[in-house]
Design a protein around this ligand. Sequence first.
Ligand code: SF4
Length: 304
Amino acid sequence: MRQWLYQFLNKHPRLYSFLYALQHFAEEMVFSLHRASVRARLRICDPLSIPLRLPLVGTNVTTRCTLRCKDCANLIPLFPCPQHIPAEEIITDFEHLLAAVDFIKEVSLIGGEPMMHPDLCGILQYFFEQPKVGRVSIQTNGTILPSPKLLQLLRHTKAFVIVSGYGAAVSKNLERLVALLRKEGIAHFYLKDILWFDFGATAPHARTAAKNRALFRKCHNNRCRNLSFGEFHLCARAINAVQLGLTPRHEGAYVDIRRAPAKETRLALLRLLSKPDPYFCDTCEGRHIASPRVTAAIQISERK
Ligand code: SF4
């Protein structure tokens, strides 16, 4: 039934796009209400009795990519030594996170290009086996065709592939990949003819805390919670900006997932999620209704 539904939806991309956006919007609305209630309940009851179900958590499985995009939202072309994150590191970090939360609706494997990761099958298998994870999505740029082993795994009911279509000149295997996913009945979503947002330069703006909070509130990326490099941040771009040294690392604006036992981590996550201090938005213009749009995936030359 589920595969039939995905096959039907993939034949009607506009309907699928609408339903997908609607589902995420609804989940995030529920989560926003939850955040407001957490703020109130943190003052009056045992924090460990407050439920903690996260709608979406991304993780950077690699900073290597087959493309080098000028306006990459995740700043990947700026990494001087791109590398795959070892599967053991990703799994250990999620063991800590899953011990501290009740459920994660969707874990999103991002990069770079996740299909380049040599242990992608092992990483997927791990997430499929976790009862606290509802769905596992892979965001791919359509340049790599999955191996037969990966294709087999992607038939899993928790698997979901999001294909970003940047046109045949950039996404070399786009049409073949989409046809293959369709043929195999693999749940996928093809983002066709997309435009990107211009996040602006990464230089500090020296905004006030109130202005950064206002930017964070209206930025669509404020839902891109991400656990990578042992740290849980509220934005995938911010986590990479911190890694690259473009944004300072502030206590209280992220959770060090490796440092504390599960109960303390849970409390730290509740505090972070209910009352964020988005100082990291200072090196960004955000992604919101008034942001300028740019052509997606304009390629820049290799670093010399
Ligand atoms: S404005 Fe803040 S939340 Fe939005 S992308 Fe930039 S750093 Fe992330």
